[in-house]
Design a protein around this ligand. Structure first.
Ligand code: ADP
Ligand code: MG
Length: 367
């Protein structure tokens, strides 16, 4: 259905896409993953001609859309895009958002456009909101409206550009469920996403983009379980972390909590998991409190996207002793709370520091 050959895109001197070659077959669901800034959005925008490619060819049903004679309006009709930031018309109702393009661009009658819109709103679970305005809806609902609006143009392929990354974790799931449903109906889709679990189970093929290329491509199993190239492997298995150092009892608790929240938000951790983590830190800080200022305490939060494992690692200087044991905590209420918030607790004497590693209970969106 779509064949991309030697596609390149430059912005001035910046070469974003070097040489992209791939194919998307009808009915296929292709996920595009990779570090940010590697041109994933640019690739989708080039397919849709929102950005004009610098070189190469894009064939849709055998027609090169970069050909001067190609009918751009007709090509855009075949493809429609869902953006990270919804891009709904804020001054129009949900119903009007869905009907305006079919009426104006496709000459549909108002009646037919409304009937179709209602059907699509039902599909995404929002028929009740037809007469509301976008600002009256949650982010997740707005994105589902955006998906319905996209479907209203009856595209042959939908391009999704990180459709859930502007959403609160609780809303990610409702949007992914809608996309899953479309996948089952056999609509051709290309999805740029950071949701690894989702990419793994929804797609037929995964493209890993890096260095302006499709660096590696394969089935979800091939890419996630057995990537062939080091860079792909590093991306798939990467752990994201940040460390907060506490040197005195007068550390800035609020700034620390805000940074932790920001980190969790960025990794799209569910609310419950964030709550577990903050509660765990609060409990631990009570244990460490008498010693703050007499030692250096490093708190590291590490998150693996692939396994969804969240660890809190506390490293403290001083005599070799498990900070949990040394306070006779085993029967303590604080310790019970800590145990309830974690999957496992591991103590080690490591590089001259007392290292406690907690695996925080993490409920994924799918549970
Ligand atoms: P990704 O979606 O993978 O994060 P993008 O496609 O958004 O990456 O961007 C790739 C690179 O191209 C980035 O360095 C970005 O700054 C640059 N870029 C994207 N759009 C433009 C533009 N319109 N003008 C100049 N540079 C751009
Ligand atoms: Mg992007």
């Amino acid at each position: 259905m779509i064949r991309i050959e030697h596609l390149s895109k430059k912005f001035g001197d910046l070469v974003v896409l070097k040489d992209i070659n791939t194919e998307i077959k009808r009915g296929e669901i292709v996920s595009i993953i990779g570090p940010s800034g590697t041109g994933k959005s640019t690739l989708l925008r080039c397919l849709n001609l929102l950005d004009y490619p610098s070189g190469g060819s894009i064939y849709i049903d055998g027609v090169n859309i970069l050909d001067k004679k190609a009918d751009v309006a007709k090509i855009r009709q075949k493809m429609n895009m869902v953006f990270q930031s919804f891009n709904l018309f804020s001054h129009l109702s949900v119903m009007e958002n869905l009907t305006i393009a079919p009426i104006r661009l496709r000459g549909m009658s108002k009646e037919a456009a409304r009937t179709k819109a209602l059907e699509l709103l039902r599909l995404v679970g929002l028929a009740e909101k037809a007469e509301n305005y976008p600002e009256e809806l949650s982010g997740g609902q707005q994105q589902r409206v955006a998906i319905a609006r996209c479907l209203a143009m009856e595209p042959e392929i939908i391009l999704f550009d990180e459709p859930t990354s502007a959403l609160d974790p609780t809303m990610v799931r409702e949007v992914l469920s809608v996309i899953r449903r479309l996948a089952r109906e056999g609509i051709t889709m290309a999805i740029v996403t950071h949701e690894m679990d989702f990419a793994r189970d929804v797609s037929n093929r995964v493209l890993y983009m890096d260095e302006g290329l499709i660096f590696e491509e394969g089935t979800p199993d091939e890419i996630f379980e057995n990537p062939q190239k080091d860079k792909t492997r590093a991306f798939i298995n990467r752990t994201l972390s940040f460390t907060w150092r506490i040197l005195s009892p007068d550390y800035d608790l609020y700034a620390m909590n805000a940074e932790i929240e920001a980190f969790c938000e960025k990794q799209i951790l569910p609310k419950k998991t964030r709550y577990n983590l903050l509660l765990l830190i609060e409990e631990l800080l009570q244990i460490y409190a008498p010693y703050l200022g007499k030692m250096i305490l490093d708190m590291t939060i590490a998150y693996s996207e692939k396994s969804r494992r969240l660890d809190l690692i506390c490293e403290s200087t001083g005599e070799k002793a498990n900070p949990l044991d040394s306070h006779g905590l085993t029967d303590d209420l604080g310790f019970t709370i800590i145990k309830n918030l974690t999957e496992s607790i591991d103590y080690q004497w490591h590089n001259g520091k007392n290292r406690l590693e907690f695996q925080v209970k993490n409920l994924s969106h799918e549970e």
